[in-house]
Design a protein around this ligand. Sequence first.
Ligand SMILES: NC(=O)c1ccc[n+]([C@@H]2O[C@H](COP(=O)([O-])OP(=O)(O)OC[C@H]3O[C@@H](n4cnc5c(N)ncnc54)[C@H](OP(=O)(O)O)[C@@H]3O)[C@@H](O)[C@H]2O)c1
Length: 335
Amino acid sequence: MKAVGLYRYLPIDNPESLLDLELDTPVATGRDLLVEVKAISVNPVDTKRRSPKGPATDLVEKTAKILGWDAAGVVTATGPDCKLFKPGDAVYYAGSVIRQGANCQFHLVDERIVGRKPANLSFAEAAALPLTTLTAWELMFDRMAISKAGAQAGRTVLILGGAGGVGSIAIQLAKKLARLKVIASASRPESIAWCKGLGADQTVDHSKPLEIPEVDFVLCFSATDFYWNQLPRLVKPQGKIGLIVRTVKAVDLAILHDKSIAVCLEGMFTRSTFQAPDMAAQHALLDEAAGLIEAGVLKTTLTQNLGKIDAANLRRAHEMLEQGHVIGKLVLEGW
Ligand SMILES: NC(=O)c1ccc[n+]([C@@H]2O[C@H](COP(=O)([O-])OP(=O)(O)OC[C@H]3O[C@@H](n4cnc5c(N)ncnc54)[C@H](OP(=O)(O)O)[C@@H]3O)[C@@H](O)[C@H]2O)c1
């Protein structure tokens, strides 16, 4: 089968940073599905995992490392213990970061973290969604306990990084399900227009000091270290902050204490990495999101289809993501 992968961790302008490969097609065992991948999306996790590793830059993998944690495709075979899907089913999923990614023609994924593809979306439109939807949904509804049924309707949320992959679906979840008042951060006319089109009530420019009234919730989808010291000023007493970007430096928790601000961390790979007993919650989540897309409540966040899945197009996608101003999601489709 065709695949795109790496042996060495190189800057993206090096043509060997991502390579076209020919690999053996894997076989499904246990609860794995073998999925024929039709479309993929690209996330910052790909660029972070591909990038040079400091002193370990000389590291050469013995077997090819395959990236890619957003896919849509068709189940071609199932392991003997599968209960949720059968060959022929169209699916979408993010997968597990402790296994090979989905930048390959045939990919193994545990069925408990897979959802049925929304019937009204193309494979490309569906591939844009899983990783970011899992992230925003788990953060808001599982970790921060924001009511998905709208019990906190009218409260305010600030979404830092509103036009990015995670922000684009978070705006929709906050508006359409939680019925919050959404202030999204965006720094350019195009990203401001995109956030408003998704339903943001107001935007604020993150390239300038943030001057907004205190909000109930902050969803920080950009560098936590950069925003940390400003966060207490932005949040109401007893409010909540949701974080998805790992801190690089130590942070001072004491600055949150006077206002009793809660901090919630989200890692969308936690359930699959630790084989959590509730791992199948991601299957249920993606199926529920598929229903909401089919009902017209949520929409795809796909903005650019970069063409077929090969090393040259993937290098282009990584380059764009590394510049930090992608709007919505980049997708590649077909082989
Ligand atoms: N923990 C998890 O499970 C998890 C899951 C998904 C993602 N993440 C992490 O979350 C981060 C965001 O992911 P993503 O997929 O949304 O990234 P993305 O799509 O690459 O985000 C791009 C957006 O970031 C905005 N941006 C640029 N500088 C900013 C700043 N200083 N403050 C706020 N926004 C800024 C840009 O808006 P403008 O063009 O308007 O400036 C752009 O639209 C990444 O670090 C990613 O690794 C973590």
